[in-house]
Design a protein around this ligand. Sequence first.
Ligand code: ACO
Length: 319
Amino acid sequence: MTYSRILGTGSYLPETVMTNAMLAERIETSDEWIVSRTGIRARHIAAEDQKTSDLAYLAAQRALESAGLQPADLDLIIVATTTPDMVFPSTASILQEKLGIPGVPAFDVQAVCAGFVYALATANGYIKSGMAKNVLVVGAEVMSRLLDWGDRRTCVLFGDGAGAVVVGPSDEPGILHAKLAADGRYRDILKTEAQIIGGEVEGTPYLHMDGPAVFKFAVKALSDIAEKTLAEAGVPQDSVDWLVPHQANIRIIEATAKHLQLSMEKVIVTLPEQGNTSAASIPLAFDHAVRQGRIQRGQTVLMEGIGGGFAWGALLLRF
Ligand code: ACO
């Protein structure tokens, strides 16, 4: 039986850092309000000429390097993003061109903040079924482009960045189990509804969110799916070495960890310096912790993410 495992990790954060104090100069907010409600202190913002595929390319190069592979070794590219370079072609196709590997299949996954878990679960299916060998999975976003910088309820929450992993075949179990879910009835509580019709943009092009409704939904959905993932994999909660959650809000992260009876010592948190980078947040946190030597080979890691759709999922792996 072929399993899939993570061979290497990489990430990239744009140079420009926007602190809460800088935001407080532009809108009616304060560092105290933002930190106490969300845990966020700063976020990285892409340069004007940086697109999602540029961020993805830098993260992908680092992941390939850490896997000891060349772009030519890849036979599939999956990019999770909700801020693609353009309506089409896919950001994965643009990334493929940047990597210089024509012919390699490439597609995007759109599951907003759950995108990376969806994409990694998809890569696992491709490898286990023998349809692909080495798969590049990237979560990349320029959320700053979707924000109304005058709307204090949303613009303080998000940041830009990219994270990537290379997944390949293995005789030993790597990805142990994944569980995905979606419920379109909740699509209105978190959305960017704009579409192009007849050359005109229809609907607001900015991110809209009902914060309290998202909060309530996220804690329950994440706790339930993480619990089910562990139960279906036959792995007890106390065998989890690390929880790598989507970095949306420290209070959502703490509530989920508490529900899973995991101490915050076992939770990777990059939110204070990065904000919510949507599909990029899990691979960014994962790479960060691997490079710090916190997450080590052989350890058991639970990832979980949730976002607009609503779409959510959890994935359990042995690194
Ligand atoms: N600075 C100062 N005041 C603010 C700010 C701000 N940045 N934002 C909102 N307020 C004000 C509001 O205007 C409101 O004032 P009012 O009562 O005079 O109208 C007051 O604070 C309370 O607003 P609420 O929206 O009720 O604030 P709440 O305590 O619920 O906190 C927050 C808002 C942080 C967004 C919270 O609802 C939350 O954490 N929700 C989860 C959403 C989330 O994490 N989304 C991330 C994207 S989704 C995802 O990735 C899963």
